[in-house]
Design a protein around this ligand. Sequence first.
Ligand SMILES: *[C@@H]1O[C@H](CO)[C@@H](O)[C@H](O)[C@H]1NC(C)=O
Ligand SMILES: *[C@@H]1O[C@H](CO)[C@@H](O)[C@H](O)[C@H]1NC(C)=O
Ligand SMILES: *[C@@H]1O[C@H](CO)[C@@H](O)[C@H](O)[C@H]1NC(C)=O
Length: 432
Amino acid sequence: DEMLLSYLGFLLTFFKINYGPLLLTPYITSGDITTARTLSRVQDEEGVIPPSHAGFITVDKKLGNHLFFWYFPTTSRRSEAPLLLWLNGGPGASSMVGLFYENGPLRAVTADSYTAWNKSWTNSFSMLYIDNPVGCGFSYSENIPQGYRTTDEEVAMDLYSFLEQFYTMFPEFMSRELYIGGQSYAGKYVSSLGYVLHSNIQSGASKLPFRGAYIGGAFFDPYTQISLAVEFFYTMGALSWKQRNEFKETCFRNWPNGLACDAGFIVRILDYDSMDNYMAPKKFPEFIQNIMNLEKVKKILHVGNRSFQLINDGVNFKLGEVILWSTKSKLAVLLDNYKVLLYEGDFDARVPTVGVEGALLTMPWSLQEAYNNSKRASWYQEGEQIGSFSRTGNFCRVVLRNAGHHVPHDQPDISLTMMEHFVHFGCIDSYI
Ligand SMILES: *[C@@H]1O[C@H](CO)[C@@H](O)[C@H](O)[C@H]1NC(C)=O
Ligand SMILES: *[C@@H]1O[C@H](CO)[C@@H](O)[C@H](O)[C@H]1NC(C)=O
Ligand SMILES: *[C@@H]1O[C@H](CO)[C@@H](O)[C@H](O)[C@H]1NC(C)=O
């Protein structure tokens, strides 16, 4: 049976590729789940890419908006292993950054080679990577630029529509926990999506098993975080007193209608690679774009003749001023109702911890005072301090040592352990 199915899958896949990108929504809506699952199978003859599923789910039929995903079942034997959604930020960045550079089961090596990565979060969890919003990575709109999203709410509705369809396709996940997460600007996506999930679950419109959210180097409260980033650079000696003051006095003059100055000057003080980790600057792996555009990869992923864009500035441009709007009040709702983990690396200059703290101290949730008065504890492993953490209600706060903006890249073992502690115990259990 399995063999027949996989032969059928091969035939279907073979013919599908000649027609274009694999759009799964027609099968999902007609209830033909078997075909959707079979067609989306990722089978690598070279044996480097683990068995997985990839394809497109239509989130707006009228506009022709299709989100690309790549889903890896966990390799752990725990049948109840949760599903983790991972989103990169930007806005405009593909989530393949996470897959090939941070916590996925593959590592980009050169512009045309990749290898299996055995410290992947798939060791403990099923991982779902979505190129989001429409326009990023392989995700696309048949109507550019009208199809590109202009608000946090639209982006969240697309992700929500995606998830409902994904769960129809993989109903076994209804009985496992769902955690939504990602990094950086995905702090806004995750808070907005979590809010939509919460509202729909409350009203009975959704039954998705949403249990929590996790965000690394979270950007979700731009005014507070940008103001405090200025203090961070001043503290580091990268800004003079005069530059610090000028920034504070002039840049927020037009707020909330954008920054009245070129914030890029801060970025240019530290070189680009140092922003992500100021103790161990690294070249951002732009060549992931090349890998995703290899004919053999495109064929395996059923993307037809679509081309892949690692960073799409068009998406960024279309969101415009909305990029600077806060989603703090939505994140507050999540803090009051779900398990939430916020973590950073101590060498992250792109989203420095001091800014995240500022946002958290003014977070409008029921335990704000308790968080204000919380104390950090050290997290030790074999006698070495690897981070610090605090727990306030269901909120877990972690800062890891010797890591930058891409925490799972810089600390693969520790970040996976952190996720396991969060999922199983709610936060770091330092006595384990
Ligand atoms: C992971 O891969 C490395 C190098 O590729 C190898 O040395 C190591 O033994 C592997 N670990 C596991 C747990 O498979
Ligand atoms: C893909 O093929 C279709 C139909 O042949 C064509 O209209 C479209 O422009 C192609 N897209 C890309 C990205 O090459
Ligand atoms: C928590 O601290 C922040 C920053 O000092 C302050 O603005 C906020 O009012 C405090 N909240 C409570 C409930 O004490």
